[in-house]
Ligand binder design. Structure first.
Ligand SMILES: *[C@@H]1O[C@H](CO)[C@@H](O)[C@H](O)[C@H]1NC(C)=O
Ligand SMILES: *[C@@H]1O[C@H](CO)[C@@H](O)[C@H](O)[C@H]1NC(C)=O
Ligand SMILES: *[C@@H]1O[C@H](CO)[C@@H](O)[C@H](O)[C@H]1NC(C)=O
Ligand SMILES: *[C@@H]1O[C@H](CO)[C@@H](O)[C@H](O)[C@H]1NC(C)=O
Ligand SMILES: *[C@@H]1O[C@H](CO)[C@@H](O)[C@H](O)[C@H]1NC(C)=O
Ligand SMILES: *[C@@H]1O[C@H](CO)[C@@H](O)[C@H](O)[C@H]1NC(C)=O
Length: 577
């Protein structure tokens, strides 16, 4: 299980040379005197791309049947044949025409408007055709092909790319990091090589000394991976435990530098996907460092949704269908139903929700139209607000931040006005049981709109995959979390053109470019920002019975209008161990 550790030293020497041949991750701005500026500074745009699950398939052929994974057997009816840009709502993977077109589109339309790219994995085809079994070499070749495109589209322009390993990228899960450190040599910063070699996880300061992205290797948490132990407390050497130990050190380090971080990975941290012990540890860390983590970005499920990491549930105080693995297994097929039930549960009879007890996980839909439609997400974040400085060593701090830092030692609560831990109902909660310092603050970027807070996202998709090379289909805005009024920040001002806009107007449909528009079919959620209170507000509205229209929208985005709601992402993946 830990054989890969022994390889570290051999590899580092080889990679050392590589590192100089191909400069790794390029910082956006250089603040430290000893960091060499390799490329011209880029002005901060306040946006980033989240792209996931591309699944290119080199065997994809046009005009073939879904049953053969679009590899063979021309169906009689033209309607049932695979198209040039893929087969919507099917079991087929992406043709290279689709993945190339998507990245070309993003390069032309978006590259100058974004600061970094979160890319949450699965860049090989599924192993879903018995006649064409997937080989290790093929997995690596596909990953290498996509990585080279990502380099030329983003890294070469000074835009950092933070990839993570997906379950379909993995052959022998624990040896894969060896190969990936070569495939991703342009993405993994040199100081992270050694850790990446060992575990397949790393972090990048996408805005040096300010904002970082942590890429996790979720294969050590994913309960389908039988090669790992699942973070059992009695096994400190378990790769999942080692990764969470590393994550804690990273969070402490970034916090002490006064930085904020996004956590990213392939398989989302839900109880139905993670080993129970990994799940509880992940929730505990996420909440304990709530003032340092701006958000959690994952893929794998292919269905657009969000869910909460919930202290009460993880500590076993409250049950949840989403969290209870037995229930989840039974209802695995009904993700929408489980989420809504969970949202309803969370708010039932609760007057003042304790924001300390929650973190939000955003799961983006895939590029592969399996089984929905190709899409990608552009997040906007605050680049003009006041910095929240949490860390002990944080720069030139002029005043003590208004911290509700609570030191949970049995009954002791420091800084909080009241101690919920003295309340019997809470005594079992994760937070009250934790004896470590609990870092949460209503002033932090995950809780209120300030510097580095996520403000919203716009999601683009290909609603109609019909097209030819000469007349390709068109990416369109599917929806956005903003209210239309939030888009027109500069209107009416003399220097309107210079005022930052969350989504540059040229990326919007005509109806949204009119600054007098206050409601729109593209803006169902009308969220002020993407802080924890805003997500809890949306979940409250969704959980209540009376918002039928809103629920219908949420469901439509989740399944993109497909009737194939029963789809469960990637269940059939084969991992040889
Ligand atoms: C996709 O792009 C790669 C790299 O530019 C190119 O080699 C390949 O031929 C393209 N494939 C298709 C089907 O367009
Ligand atoms: C960014 O945060 C500041 C508070 O620090 C706030 O005043 C400002 O409105 C925010 N910017 C946006 C675009 O929301
Ligand atoms: C808190 O715990 C300490 C011992 O750990 C005890 O002496 C003290 O009385 C407790 N305070 C309350 C309010 O229960
Ligand atoms: C924890 O469980 C108890 C007993 O079921 C319940 O009364 C209490 O409200 C729960 N606490 C929270 C915070 O959900
Ligand atoms: C999809 O696009 C094709 C080609 O542009 C067009 O002929 C067709 O009518 C479109 N289908 C729908 C449902 O809009
Ligand atoms: C913007 O919308 C308003 C009505 O909401 C309309 O009167 C006005 O003509 C529109 N402006 C443009 C430029 O389309």
């Amino acid at each position: 299980m830990h054989r890969h550790y022994q390889l570290v030293f051999l590899l580092v020497t080889g990679l050392f040379l590589d590192a100089f041949a191909a400069p790794p991750q390029v910082p956006l701005t250089v603040s430290e005197a000893d960091a060499e500026p390799i490329r011209p500074r880029r002005k901060l745009q306040g946006r980033f791309l989240h792209i996931t699950d591309m699944h290119p398939d080199p065997y994809y052929r046009v005009g073939m049947s879904e049953k053969s994974a679009c590899h063979r057997k021309k169906p009689r009816k033209a309607k049932e044949r695979s198209g040039v840009f893929g087969m919507p709502f099917s079991d087929c993977d992406s043709p290279f025409t689709l993945t190339n077109y998507t990245l070309d589109f993003i390069e032309q339309q978006w590259a100058s408007d974004i600061d970094f790219v979160v890319w949450t994995g699965d860049s090989a085809r599924h192993d879903n055709d018995r006649k064409l079994p997937r080989t290790t070499k093929e997995i690596y070749d596909l990953n290498r092909a996509v990585a080279r495109r990502m380099e030329s589209v983003f890294t070469s322009k000074g835009i950092p790319v933070i990839p993570s390993i997906g379950n379909n990228d993995v052959w022998r899960p624990n040896e894969v990091t060896f190969e990936f450190s070569s495939i991703w040599r342009a993405f993994v910063p040199f100081p992270s090589y050694q850790v990446f070699q060992r575990g397949g996880y790393f972090s990048v300061e996408v805005i040096p000394s300010s904002l970082a992205v942590i890429s996790l290797n979720t294969m050590y948490f994913y309960d389908s991976n039988k090669a790992v132990g699942g973070c059992e407390p009695k096994d400190p050497e378990d790769p999942g435990n080692l990764q969470l130990d590393w994550l804690e050190v990273q969070l402490k380090m970034f916090r002490s530098k006064g930085m904020q971080v996004w956590i990213s990975g392939h398989v989302p941290p839900s109880a139905s996907n993670y080993f129970p012990d990994c799940h509880v540890r992940y929730v505990e860390l996420s909440l304990r460092f709530q003032d340092t983590i701006v958000g959690h970005l994952f893929g794998h499920m292919n269905a657009d949704h969000f869910f909460f990491l919930d202290a009460q549930v993880a500590s076993g105080n409250r049950t949840s269908d989403l969290i209870d693995p037995v229930e989840a297994q039974k209802k695995k097929k009904d993700l929408y139903g489980r989420l809504l039930q969970d949202f309803a549960h969370m708010h039932k009879g609760v007057k003042d929700i304790d924001y300390d007890n929650y973190a939000v996980v955003n799961v983006a839909p895939s590029v592969v139209p399996n089984p929905y439609l190709p899409s990608f997400r552009i997040f906007s974040y605050n680049i003009s607000g006041r910095a929240y400085l949490a860390g002990e060593l944080g720069g030139a701090r002029t005043q003590e931040p208004v911290l509700k830092t609570e030191d949970r030692q049995g009954n002791t609560t420091v800084g909080a006005t009241s101690s919920p831990c003295s309340d019997e109902g809470f005594q079992n909660s994760l937070k009250c049981k934790s004896v470590k310092r609990w870092y949460s603050s209503p002033e932090s970027p995950s809780r209120r709109n300030t510097l580095w807070s996520p403000l919203g996202y716009a999601q683009y998709y290909l609603p109609n995959l019909t097209g030819t090379e000469r007349r390709p289909p068109k990416y369109e805005l599917e929806y956005m979390t903003f209210a239309p009024s939030a888009l027109h920040t500069g209107d009416g001002k003399a220097d309107a053109a210079k005022v930052w806009q969350p989504i540059p107007l040229r990326h919007l449909p005509k109806s949204l470019r009119n600054s007098t528009v206050s409601r729109s079919k593209y803006a169902p959620y009308m969220m002020e920002d993407l802080t924890i209170p805003s997500w809890l507000g949306l979940s409250r509205r969704l959980g209540r019975g009376q918002h039928e229209k809103l629920r219908a929208r949420f469901k439509r985005y989740m399944y993109m209008g497909s009737s194939r709601e029963g789809f469960v992402a990637d269940q059939g993946d084969v991992m040889i161990v």
